[in-house]
Ligand binder design. Structure first.
Ligand code: TTP
Ligand code: MG
Length: 388
């Protein structure tokens, strides 16, 4: 017989806002929105006090301010979110036998087989307490026999709570909840299910699987399985220190700062392009300089997760200026992006995020078609020409 599975899912509450509150306690208990400008921006996230007024992630700021005019608007603090994400990851990594980092503020821990040694529920409660004590951030968890139920349990436990769905209780736990609780059931699919008279997970579970398959295809059958509390997804181990880097050893040692900066920009564009190709975001950037005597120095900084050239390039330039010993010849220059995550952050801290994202997609597809050397920022191109 297979051992009983125990999966914990942890997710920080209104993560970006909670970090702002830790840094400025006067915000505590208030309706706070992290987002872009009042007229053109969107809501990145908001405190639970603001949610009471109907404010939600991805909502236009204009609409949010109408719903909750007294809300305090915060534009977001560069680097802080990645730092706190890292702190929580480190606490979990030190304790958990096997864990997955599913996004900046979300973790799965596989505790299967651990019940021989400790009570998984108490263990997760203790872990949560430790995270709260060490970071000051509120966090919720769900514990269940699979990832899907654990995640929904976390949602139900929020804010700042926890919930254990005991083995065998999955279906009963899910029954009264809306079908929209399942990931993959967005507005459109929800409408489709409603047309079939299905609102709750219980109604879904009582609908014959053949009927669902006939009406909705394979997706319908999968949904029915979920309604029975069945899910076999594995916890994928988190691997630290994955990075994307590039470096260049010059044929002759270089002292021309303009040349070095142009190289730096070009290399940053290159790693950012790879980053986007991998559908990842970076939370840390580093610059490396090697001098002719092989002395190698590097400097890094934590940044808000991004894949955007216009955010990475100024960071790289800043690091270069802090690192470079003026006037000394340089033998090698390198750029590295690390703390990579898959999380699909919309970068909605920025008003024109969508436009920029589309622009990058367009640039990347042109690069794919015509080779990577073609499209480079004016700076690198200009420099190249003047070098001829
Ligand atoms: P979530 O965990 O989805 O949201 P949350 O932590 O703000 O709130 P909850 O209590 O419901 O968990 O996302 C984590 C952070 O990721 C969030 O604080 C802000 C950021 N984020 C974006 O940048 N863009 C987005 O579209 C979303 C959904 C989140
Ligand atoms: Mg969260």
């Amino acid at each position: 017989m297979l051992p009983q599975r125990y999966i914990a899912h942890l997710d920080l509450d209104s993560f970006f806002v909670s970090v702002e509150v830790v840094n400025d306690p006067s915000l505590k208990g208030k309706p706070v929105i992290v987002g872009g400008s009042k007229d053109r921006g969107v809501v990145t996230t908001c405190s639970y006090e603001a949610r009471k007024f109907g404010v939600r992630s991805a909502m236009p700021m204009k609409q949010a301010m109408k719903l909750c005019p007294q809300a305090i608007l915060v534009r977001g603090t560069r680097g802080e979110y990645s730092k706190y994400s890292r702190m929580v990851t480190d606490i979990i990594a030190a304790k958990a036998p096997l864990f997955e980092k599913a996004s900046i503020d979300e973790f799965y821990i596989d505790l299967t087989g651990m019940d021989k040694f400790f009570d998984p529920y108490q263990w997760t409660i203790d872990l949560r307490n430790e995270i709260i004590e060490k970071t000051g951030l509120p966090i919720s968890f769900g514990l269940a026999t699979n990832k899907m139920v654990a995640k929904i349990a976390t949602d139900e436990a929020k804010p700042n709570g926890y919930l254990f769905v005991q083995p065998g209780m999955e279906k009963i736990f899910l029954a009264p909840l809306s079908v929209s609780k399942f990931s993959g059931v967005g507005e459109q699919s929800f409408e489709r299910l409603k047309e079939l008279g299905i609102y709750t997970i219980q109604q879904l579970s009582e609908t014959p699987i053949e009927f669902l398959e006939q009406k909705l295809g394979k997706w319908g059958a999968d949904l029915w399985k979920k309604s029975q509390g069945i899910h076999h997804g594995a916890v994928h181990e988190y691997h630290e220190a994955k990075s994307i880097s590039t470096e260049n050893t010059f044929e002759e040692n270089k002292t021309d700062v303009e040349f070095l900066l142009a190289e730096l920009v070009r290399m940053t564009e290159k790693v950012a392009y790879e980053l986007r190709g991998d559908e990842k975001l970076a939370g840390c950037i580093a610059v490396k300089i090697r001098y002719p005597d092989f002395e190698t120095t590097s400097r890094q900084t934590t940044i808000d997760y991004t894949f955007r050239d216009d955010e990475l390039i100024p960071q790289a330039i800043d690091l270069f200026h802090k690192l470079y010993r003026k006037g000394e010849p340089v033998r090698l220059l390198g750029v590295r992006l690390s703390e990579l995550t898959n999380h699909a952050i919309q970068g909605s801290l920025f008003d024109d995020a969508e436009k920029k994202t589309n622009l990058y997609k367009a640039i990347d597809s042109v690069k794919d078609q015509f080779g990577k050397g073609l499209l480079q920022k004016a700076r690198t191109i200009k420099k190249r020409d003047s070098l001829k």
